[in-house]
Design a protein around this ligand. Structure first.
Ligand code: SF4
Length: 180
């Protein structure tokens, strides 16, 4: 209890009971942090929000709200981390360093609080765990991870998306990863 008090303000942290090690994409909990200025409300996750700690790697890296949409080019998040792919926004701006910085801020939190599992927004260039947009801003998706999802998985975090979940699985994740 109380371990979250020194978490930076851009990590929206819920009040909860006990010591929780489950991260969730902030936009899934109704926080208006996505590029458009909106959120990706997920009713199931919002019902269990007291067990979840919200993070948004892009706003953690001081990208503004709203901001131009961004996509990965020449590879996925792992390739970005290796330096062989980049993140470009729809105006042509290179935001690769912001995405890497945001991913590392979430990783700092993972290490500090021994996070074992994260539930991240599907298809996002930061948070997507299986699919991302193909870099042409035409709505096409390809197999691959976002930058934060890749860095967390590389560091031993089990990464789910909201699409992987039903209530039974979420309850089992909470039971497995929650420490009193
Ligand atoms: Fe932030 Fe990830 Fe949601 Fe994008 S998908 S708004 S980076 S939490």
């Amino acid at each position: 209890m109380g371990w979250c008090r020194d978490v930076p303000a851009h990590f929206y942290v819920n009040e909860f009971e006990g010591f929780i090690m489950i991260l969730v994409s902030s936009c899934l909990l109704g926080n208006k942090v996505k590029y458009s200025g909106g959120s990706n409300d997920n009713g199931l996750l919002m019902r269990y929000s007291r067990y979840l700690t919200a993070v948004c790697p892009e706003t953690a890296a001081n990208l503004p709200i709203p901001r131009p949409p961004a996509e990965l080019q020449h590879g996925d998040g792992m390739d970005v981390l290796k330096g062989t792919a980049k993140v470009v926004n729809k105006l042509g701006g290179d935001v690769t360093l912001h995405f890497i910085q945001g991913a590392n801020k979430v990783l700092d939190m993972v290490k500090k609080h021994r996070v074992k599992v994260a539930i991240l927004k599907a298809n996002s260039p930061s948070c997507g765990n299986e699919m991302i947009y193909d870099g042409n801003f035409n709505g096409n998706k390809i197999a691959g991870e976002g930058v934060t999802a890749a860095l967390l998985r590389q560091n031993g975090v089990r990464v789910f998306s909201e699409k992987d979940l039903n209530e039974d699985l979420l309850q089992r994740i909470i039971a497995m990863y929650r420490e009193e």
